[in-house]
Design a protein around this ligand. Structure first.
Ligand code: CA
Length: 367
């Protein structure tokens, strides 16, 4: 409750600050849409990625450029990489209190704010990228996301997706469940919780330290993203086996979060531009990963001798069972998380059947 009061107070202060820049007549009527069409705005975007990191940082740059271009410079956005103004994982709080107007990040980093947060990025054995967009835009997901983030004075948008990730890099083969026992793996989030149940010692290491950790033997395995990003980090030099599928992140959504006072102060046309620029970033990124993953995979296998391996059925089945338990326990004590989980699960069950008849059947036939 204290937090809500604090946020309400900040909201009022934010509206006040916006009013002080604009004609008083508009402000007397409403605290929203206080920016006139003649006014130009400069927004800051904090991100959880290194600046211009392939695919992730470049998506944030794309979003900023599109907003600036489509608004003809009425709203310019300056991007800050992780750590430039605040540490990566303080982006959420910084945008919530208005230190920056926008952030480009991933909701599962904010599990500590709400156990429901990971559902808006990716959960083990959850939705693929395209299915995720279906849930967000047509299955009630975005409304639930907005309802959750309203508690934090934020408005969230879908603004990116890496597509299905890979299972990760292993320095030894995984032939049975016994091979997981005692393995030391970097796998953050819910995927890590799942692996722990199967006897894996999990650690969370920032992306930039993965290569040295794997090469020095500090860890035996790591997941990162997929061929495009994993090739860039040179992970193939430190581990021989590249496992699939990426059950832990089957289609992670990236988010653009906007401070609610900043959002409310935008005229309707700039709101439409920001909203559409986010959606354009989402489809652009999914397309980019589809193309670049394929090129990178070819290079990993043909130029670098990487050995591809599928997780054995027995291992995947155990991971799937553990995943269901982790999700159920995650939402057990929080009513809103239960509501999100129910919506997500209902949609997943429906789309699972449709995807099996369409994409899966077709892909099997093509192969
Ligand atoms: Ca990952």
């Amino acid at each position: 409750m204290k937090r809500r009061n604090l946020i309400a107070g900040l909201g009022a202060a934010g509206a006040l600050a916006a009013c002080s820049r604009t004609p008083s007549a508009d402000c007397a009527q409403s605290s929203t849409n206080t920016t006139s069409k003649a006014e130009t705005l400069e927004w800051k975007m904090y991100t959880t990625w290194p600046k211009n990191f392939p695919g992730l940082g470049t998506a944030a740059a794309f979003l900023a450029e599109k907003i600036t271009a489509m608004s003809d410079g009425r709203l310019t956005v300056k991007v800050y990489g992780a750590g430039e103004r605040v540490p990566a994982l303080e982006t959420f709080d910084a945008v919530s209190r208005g230190s920056a107007e926008m952030g480009h990040c991933a909701a599962y980093y904010w599990k500590g704010k709400s156990p429901a947060a990971p559902f808006f990025t990716s959960v083990p054995f959850g939705l693929t990228g395209q299915e995720m967009n279906g849930w967000l835009y047509f299955g009630g997901g975005l409304e639930l996301w907005r309802e959750l983030y309203a508690n934090f004075n934020l408005v969230p948008f879908e603004a990116g997706n890496t597509g299905t990730q890979m299972g990760g890099w292993f320095n030894r083969e995984i032939n049975s469940l016994a091979d997981l026992k005692g393995l030391k793996m970097r796998i953050p989030g819910l995927g890590g919780d799942v692996m722990q149940r199967l006897g894996v010692t999990t650690v969370n290491i920032p992306g930039g330290e993965l290569f040295t950790s794997l090469q020095s033997g500090a860890i035996d395995a790591t997941e990162w993203v997929g061929p495009y990003n994993d090739l860039a980090f040179g992970l193939y030099k430190a581990a021989k086996y590249y496992y699939y599928p990426g059950w832990q992140e089957p289609g992670p959504t990236l988010e653009c979060i906007i401070n609610k006072d900043a959002w409310d102060s935008l005229p309707a046309d700039l709101q439409a531009i920001v909203s559409q620029a986010c959606q354009a970033t989402g489809s652009q990124m999914l397309a980019e990963y589809a193309a670049r993953n394929q090129q990178a995979l070819e290079s990993l296998v043909n130029d670098h001798g990487v050995e591809l391996r599928a997780f054995p059925d027995e291992v995947l089945a155990a991971i799937r069972d553990a995943s269901e338990q982790v999700l159920k326990e995650l939402v057990a004590e929080d009513a809103f998380s239960r509501k999100v989980y129910d919506s997500y699960q209902t949609y997943r069950e429906q789309v699972r059947q449709a995807s099996a008849l369409a994409e899966r059947a077709y892909l099997n036939a093509r192969n």
